[in-house]
Design a protein around this ligand. Structure first.
Ligand code: UDP
Ligand code: MG
Length: 245
């Protein structure tokens, strides 16, 4: 078991790989007792696989998993957190739009919380993306009954037990903080920095996530209402699905 696993889903991010590896390494080295980087190659077709294998050969702290084909971001995240051996798991995107140093902006919150979700305060994305994301967050909160300002922020840090409580379906990576709360964990949002994507391209437009995102929110809202909570007579703790208190 290591102290920290940094999990990164990667789909056609070849031009980001080396900078990503360097930025994560610079951020965590010396600041934490032990760490690993888990890169999940989600069926990239741009030659990322060879780069990743070569980098992993040179540094045993980098572990790489290759999917046979593109299976989507939720699958990549799920595979990554299942493989991760860290006491804490940091989740970041491969495009370096968030700063790996912010893992340590979130870390102090692990004392009182189980899940710290980044919140992009000065978001560096196109206007269309910022507006659609704001609407998306509003609609999601309305439907799920939760209150998360920036569920899509790629920078997240959570404890190992949160990761093992997850049972994810396609699209559920957009609801990780809400799902953690539903499973009985303490969640907080913390401001983090954000910058423009410099290399590679975004894998999403506005419309390819709007409708299906809406359906997902309805499902999550329904599941949230159906959460099981019980306390056995004479016992202190309340059981909420996977979490024990
Ligand atoms: N990603 C992935 N599989 C996919 C689509 C995206 O692993 O099918 C990864 C991608 O490489 C990136 C992260 O998920 O590391 C977020 O994708 P992107 O930056 O394109 O999303 P955006 O920031 O534009 O919402
Ligand atoms: Mg991005």
């Amino acid at each position: 078991m290591v102290e920290l696993s940094v999990v990164v889903p990667l789909y056609n991010e070849k031009d980001n790989l080396h900078r990503l590896y360097q930025a994560v390494t610079d951020a965590v080295q010396g600041r934490i007792e032990s760490y690993e980087i888990v890169g999940v190659n989600d069926g990239s077709t741009d030659g990322s696989a060879e780069w990743l294998d070569r980098m992993a050969e040179a540094d045993s702290r980098l572990r790489v998993i290759h999917f046979e084909r593109n299976c989507g971001q939720t699958a990549a995240i799920y595979a990554g957190i299942k493989q991760a051996s860290g006491r804490y798991i940091a989740l970041i995107d491969g495009d370096l739009q968030t700063d790996p140093n912010d893992i340590f902006t979130l870390m102090p919150y692990m004392k009182d919380y189980d899940f710290a979700n980044g919140m992009r305060v000065r978001r560096q994305d196109t206007l269309v993306k910022r507006v659609s994301s704001r609407i998306g967050n509003g609609v999601r909160n309305k439907i799920t009954g939760d209150k998360i300002n920036d569920t899509g922020c790629p920078m997240k840090l959570f404890k190992r037990e949160v990761a093992s409580s997850y049972f994810l379906y396609e699209g559920f990576h957009r609801f990780l903080p809400t799902l953690a709360r539903m499973n009985g964990y303490r969640v907080i949002e913390v401001p983090v920095s954000h910058r423009e994507r410099e290399f590679g391209v975004s894998k999403y437009g506005v419309w390819n996530r709007a409708l299906v995102g809406l359906m997902d929110a309805i499902v999550i809202g329904w599941l949230r209402k159906r959460t099981i909570r019980y306390r056995i007579k004479g016992e202190e703790r309340v059981d909420v699905h996977a979490a024990k208190h």
